[in-house]
Design a protein around this ligand. Structure first.
Ligand SMILES: Nc1nc2c(c(=O)[nH]1)N[C@H]1C(S)=C(S)[C@@H](COP(=O)(O)OP(=O)(O)OC[C@H]3O[C@@H](n4cnc5c(=O)[nH]c(N)nc54)[C@H](O)[C@@H]3O)O[C@H]1N2
Ligand SMILES: Nc1nc2c(c(=O)[nH]1)N[C@H]1C(S)=C(S)[C@@H](COP(=O)(O)OP(=O)(O)OC[C@H]3O[C@@H](n4cnc5c(=O)[nH]c(N)nc54)[C@H](O)[C@@H]3O)O[C@H]1N2
Ligand code: SF4
Ligand SMILES: [Mo]
Length: 709
């Protein structure tokens, strides 16, 4: 045997655990945890342990495919790239650079993402470049940039160990960031207080000292109420407010509109629990606040984030060991894709595309004029396609047909485009709609870097050769740029791209591959002032000088249950599956745990509408219909059902609402109204692929409502 182990990083969540990829000759045979890794310290969750399955070569796309008469046929790289070059040139010339765009990949490396946005801005001269952060933490990037001047986690994961109060606000770390989840459980065992704010009784909520089980979408009311209690009792950090924050009076005045009585009525949380939470949080020596999708995925997403920021600032719980505001970034490299500028409004290192000085800087460095129009977001490009104003899109490793809201609408918009290119490892639902599919190399088949949620840039190393004709995303961008006659993509290897990144982005300026090796990854900002990186942000000052307190008002969710659609539905993650499921569902171990989509429902609702545990049901919203089985659980209160979003045969995004946050255009993935339609007791729920052909008619008609509180 010629086995070896190549150190790398887990390709799933933003925790960024260290893995060793075990290979035999040119084949991945498994992974093992890295014992001396600064984050994971020898641990992995079940997804990490299963990552070799996720990139298994058996059902990979291994050569370019072109669709002809509705069927894919094999094509050579030259033929596929010539075709893309011709199509994108035609649409760009005919309709202008606003009519073409790219979606980058938060699962791919920084080097890939840098190349993708550089291609958009220099070759296509468009700022139409976006990625899944749009529907994830874009409200954190926008909200915290306004209040603190930076949208990333303020602390390091190890800070959980330094806090005496841990707040878990609208996130479910034992399922979604499992190694961080286990750190939180350890902190609790060592005596830290655990405060959870979640409409569902999550695993951490079960063990919490205080669980505020608020009604869906009422975060702003709750947070304003807590801040009012803190001011009324004089529990605020006066010194911190004086020295480091602006606009205290405006906030004080505004939270007056949120007396406990009213807040309790809106949120459904008893008054004494609100008071208790306010007292414990404000009196903490160091409170580590983590938050997630229960905060951002709302039409009020940016306001939710600013309200969280207000609470932490009022209590001075930021800028010191163990205390801070920590958006748990989701994808393995979503932090990096944002850092690289795969957002319509920012160049690498968060320099604004609206700023003429930044535009000139990048035009000079890249040796060609960059795009000068504001770009569109991912959903914006879809809407423009529906209006006949957007014609060609290239999607790198995202599966919007499963993961974007309102599936039927997304599929319609993608079909409406004249040219759709998807760069993927497997034939996803989105890839099936493409005109051209290009084969992507996995993380184990290329070099590069990922940035985890604590801003730690870490190296990913090639352990095996890519199967068939797969290429790293940056390599195919380089080949395509050449066809457009563009220079500046002639990198010999990933390291050359990384060096270019460090030369244009000041937060990366002191990084290099050897330095990343030496330090086990470096956390940005890593610049002349902080050559060894930054574990904690904002210790002495904020990038904007003083932090800004931003008064925000409570707004209800866009859709509210009514007589026709009487249940609130929220979408969640399961520990054993990831995203669209295209990687985790290849693992027999993970599939054995959860092989199918399910709907979680309170036993009281199940009894009320005469269902039983595992009963087959239809679920209908104003946008779509699907079938699955119910699971009886008190994790959800009466009136609320929850559904995971990982299953392409039971896609929760058939039902979700694409009503959007006006600031970031984040859709309201966490709340919509549905009705439950019981099926015949012995009916088998039909997958969406079959339902679609049957025009969404339920097996047995009939609607059932239920009590909701
Ligand atoms: N196993 C697994 N892990 C993953 C992923 C995966 O697909 N599978 N995806 C990764 C990605 S991309 C991301 S972004 C992260 C996301 O990680 P999380 O943020 O943990 O994701 P969710 O489970 O979607 O939602 C979090 C919680 O928000 C709660 N919630 C809903 N509405 C409200 C509300 O109004 N207020 C409050 N306070 N809470 C509310 C829900 O009940 C849920 O418990 O996970 C990452 N990790
Ligand atoms: N209802 C509902 N919908 C949601 C959410 C929710 O909570 N509820 N959460 C949203 C969130 S937070 C997110 S982040 C999105 C995630 O949505 P997506 O980004 O669409 O989901 P992933 O499953 O991560 O899809 C990534 C794809 O990238 C491919 N891939 C992996 N590595 C590479 C690579 O190196 N190169 C290329 N080209 N491809 C690669 C994989 O094969 C996979 O198919 O889903 C969103 N959708
Ligand atoms: S916690 Fe996240 S990074 Fe760590 S092993 Fe699990 S999926 Fe991978
Ligand atoms: Mo995400």
């Amino acid at each position: 045997m010629t086995t070896k182990t190549t150190p790398s990083v887990c390709p799933f969540c933003g925790t960024g655990c260290g893995i060793g990829i075990r290979t035999d000759a040119d084949r991945v045979i498994g992974v093992e945890p890295l014992t001396n890794h600064p984050v994971s310290k020898g641990r992995l969750c079940s997804k990490g342990w299963s990552s070799a399955f996720g990139i298994g070569v058996e059902d990979r796309i291994t050569h370019p495919l072109i669709k002809e008469n509705g069927e894919f046929r094999r094509a050579s790289w030259d033929e596929a790239l010539d075709h893309i070059h011709e199509q994108f040139s035609y649409h760009r010339e005919t309709h202008g650079p606003q009519a073409v765009g790219l979606i980058s990949c938060a699962r791919a490396t920084n080097e890939d993402n840098y190349a993708i946005q550089k291609f958009a801005r220099t070759v296509l001269t468009t700022n139409n470049v976006d990625h899944c952060a749009r529907i994830c933490h874009s409200p954190s990037v926008a909200g915290l940039a306004q209040t603190l001047g930076s949208g990333a986690m303020t602390n390091s994961i190890e800070d959980v160990r330094k806090s005496d109060v841990v707040v878990v606000f609208g996130c479910d770390p034992t399922e979604s960031h499992s190694i961080i989840g286990s750190e939180i459980i350890k902190a609790k065992e060592r005596g830290a207080l655990l405060l959870v704010v979640d409409p569902r009784k999550t695993r951490l909520a079960e063990m919490a000292d205080v669980h505020l089980q608020l009604r869906l979408g009422t975060n702003v009311a709750l947070l304003n109420g807590l801040i009012k209690v803190i001011f009324n009792n004089g529990w605020e950090d006066k010194d911190f407010l004086n020295k480091r924050c602006d606009h205290e009076d405006i906030l004080r005045k505004q939270v007056e509109e949120y007396p406990l009585e009213k807040v309790s009525r809106i949120t459904g949380v008893p008054k004494d629990q609100l008071k208790q939470f306010a007292r414990l949080y404000s009196h903490a020596r160091a409170a580590f606040l983590a938050y997630g999708m229960g905060v951002t995925q709302y039409v009020s997403g940016t306001n939710n984030v600013m309200a969280i920021s207000n609470l932490a600032l009022v209590c001075g719980q930021i800028g010191k060991p163990g205390a801070g505001i920590n958006p748990l970034r989701g994808q393995n490299n979503v932090q990096g894709a944002c850092d690289m500028g795969c957002l319509p409004g920012t160049f690498p290192g968060y320099q604004s595309t609206d700023d003429p000085v930044a535009r000139e800087k990048f035009s000079k460095i890249w040796g060609t004029p960059v795009a000068d129009h504001p770009g569109m977001t991912s959903l914006g490009m879809n809407e423009a396609a529906m209006a006949g104003q957007f014609h060609a899109m290239m999607i790198f490793g995202e599966d919007p047909v499963v993961t974007d809201p309102d599936q039927n609408m997304v599929a319609k918009a993608l079909r409406r485009m004249d040219t759709l290119v998807v760069v993927e490892m497997t034939m996803t639902e989105t890839a099936k709609l493409a005109d051209v599919v290009l084969p992507a190399a996995s993380f184990a088949e290329k070099d590069g870097t990922f940035a985890n949620c604590e801003r730690r840039v870490q190296r990913v190393r090639q352990a095996v050769n890519p199967p068939g004709e797969c290429l790293a995303d940056w390599q195919l961008m380089a080949k395509l740029a050449k066809r457009f006659g563009m220079h500046g993509f002639d990198w010999k290897n990933a390291e050359e791209i990384f060096d270019e990144i460090c030369s244009v982005s000041s937060i990366h300026s002191q990084m290099s591959y050897p330095r990343l090796d030496e330090h086990n990854g470096l956390q940005w900002p890593c610049d002349a002032k902080n050559p060894d990186g930054s574990k904690i942000l904002h210790q002495r000052e904020f990038p904007i000088g003083k932090a800004r307190l931003m008064p925000v008002h409570y707004l209800p969710t866009a859709e509210i249950p009514d007589a026709e659609y009487p249940f609130y539905m929220t979408t969640i993650r399961l520990h054993f599956h990831y995203g669209c499921g295209s990687m985790t569902r290849k693992s027999p171990l993970l599939e054995r745990e959860t092989p199918k989509g399910v709907l979680f429902m309170n036993p009281r609702d199940i009894a009320n509408i005469r269902l039983f545990n595992h009963a087959p049901v239809g679920i209908r919203s104003r946008r779509g219909y699907l079938e699955t089985r119910v699971i009886s659980t008190d994790q959800v209160p009466p009136g609320l059902v929850s559904i995971p979003y990982h299953f392409n045969d039971t896609p929760s995004n058939q039902l979700t609402n694409d009503a959007q946050d006006p600031v970031t255009r984040m859709p309201e993935l966490k709340a919509c109204a549905v009705r439950i339609e019981p099926l015949a007791f012995d009916a088998e729920p039909r997958p969406i692929q079959i339902l679609r052909n049957a025009n969404y008619e339920p097996a047995v008609k009939g609607a059932a409502g239920g009590e909701h509180e």
